[in-house]
Ligand binder design. Sequence first.
Ligand code: WT7
Length: 648
Amino acid sequence: MSNESLANLLKEERRFAPPAELAANANVTAAAYEQAKADRLGFWAAQARRLSWAKEPTETLDWSNPPFAKWFKDGELNVAYNCVDRHVEAGLGDRTAIHFEGEPGDSRTITYAELQREVSKAANALTELGVEKGDRVAIYMPMIPETVVAMLACARLGAPHSVVFGGFSADALATRIEDADARVVITSDGGYRRGKPSALKPAVDDAVARVDSVRHVLVVRRTGQDVAWTEGRDVWWHEVVDRQPETHEAQPMAAEHPLFILYTSGTTGKPKGILHTSGGYLTQVSYTHHAVFDLKPETDVFWCTADVGWVTGHSYIVYGPLSNGATQVLYEGTPDTPHQGRWWEVVQKYGVTIFYTAPTAIRACMKWGDDIPAKFDLSSLRLLGSVGEPINPEAWMWYRKHIGADKTPIVDTWWQTETGGIMISPLPGVTETKPGSAQVPLPGISATVVDDEANEVPDGGGGYLVLTEPWPSMLRTIWGDDQRYQDTYWSRFQDKYFAGDGAKKDDDGDIWLLGRVDDVMLVSGHNISTTEVESALVSHPKVAEAAVVGATDPQTTQAICAFVILRGGAEEVDGLVEELRSHVAKALGPIAKPKRILPVAELPKTRSGKIMRRLLRDVAENRQVGDVTTLADSTVMDLIQAKLPSAS
Ligand code: WT7
């Protein structure tokens, strides 16, 4: 985001009070903030009671070994039972759980009773295929009901799923299957995308051929396209699932039993397998879905347009809405197939009341024109949500005006794969909203903005977003890499969770998110990614490795500062630094030319091999170097600092 738009953001003076009727009937009122403030753990213990526990927890949080949290650790529950069976047992079996809308126009309505039968059959089928509690199952699917059924069947068995977005390549799928050591892959022949069948099975065949762990591939027939078949390994969903008994006894799991792994790509290194567990995760996604979307399960029709391959789909298509007994829309395709009004046609068809999407989609709709949503009856909508990146105020205003009839509240929800559930958002019945700001931590959530030295910034100040207390749906670790979990999230600011986002507090203390800090530098109003500059440096024949940081600079906001390891034998001759600077300028443009380049012998790395940029930033900003205890070799920083006088 440019300086100019940042300044504009904070000048934003438009305010929108909650509609009186919504405020009067809101699920959550201002009192929740007070309750949570007075007794944060008591507040979460009360939210956990939204769920049905086979064994009620007596302990809320065990934080005796930070940053490894245990929430509700002596409690036991079954997540799938909470999302499906208990609603049927409460007499709500005939309620619609899912209105499925396929891209070609086929549709299916699935009640909670039907969902219970489908999930039970799928759980029985997975058991027949040898899946046991604790085994990992990869899911690589289009947006169809079987995907939700597959996830819930895994949850029912205590077999952590790893959903891989259907748009990812065979390569990405193979890496994720391998890292999670998945035993079974659930996929389909393909799905419908942009008006035609798009294959999935070939990528699975390719990926599975490269790994050893997969015993079975369970294939849903969606498009009917031809698929290659490996006898003995591949099985059709309709052949094994359809013939299973319609009942399955869900076993209780410990609250901390792993529920799923979801990989985030990040900018460097291999993808991180974010691990979420059962009781705390379900508590927070259930509570936030109830509070932020003000869901009235008897009358609302909820629609989250995300793909289930992302965390938004996990938390606000599968676990949040279903745990709350919601009726929701599941749409397979793209917003502009077969026409640019498709989403609004779906809203009209099902009478969607709560709609949750991403700024990028809103901007696309803006581009397509106001006349498109105007052709549809959107009067059922009463609440709109946004997630995924900062929403610029103009997109926010367009969303409210053209989708929300100039009256529905908008909740701008900040969270991450790692946080599991929504963390910062207005409450629709309480908060006076500001276009472009996620505003306030939810009740029970502690977030603030700190400067480089971890001091909380005053109102009006900017810095880094941190979470200052553990929360129920927090990631528990990075799958198989506790050290990387600590290094990535808990080492930049002592005892605080570093979210990796820049943020600013306005004069009211409301939070404005400004994008990722790690990978993006702000140089004279231009966003430049550290990885891009590193890649450009490494493309020079004399450079072996590079680490780039943005250092505060009075003229340009940040200045690009690069640390390079020269290739074996390369001499640090006069003019080399200049040569490298021009090389980057040629590759990326003059604006990306590093201000300083410092050849060094080593880069500071953690045991897991991650470059600790914060230490380099300390050097670049002429500060005393921070904590080096997590470095693989703590003498590296001394070597780097010894070189400093020659830095230009
Ligand atoms: C990153 C997390 C949360 C589900 C989707 C993305 C950015 C997310 C907002 C928002 C400003 C936002 C942040 C965050 N982000 N929501 N409302 N305002 N930025 O999950 O892929 O894990 O990405 O998305 O940069 O750190 P994710």
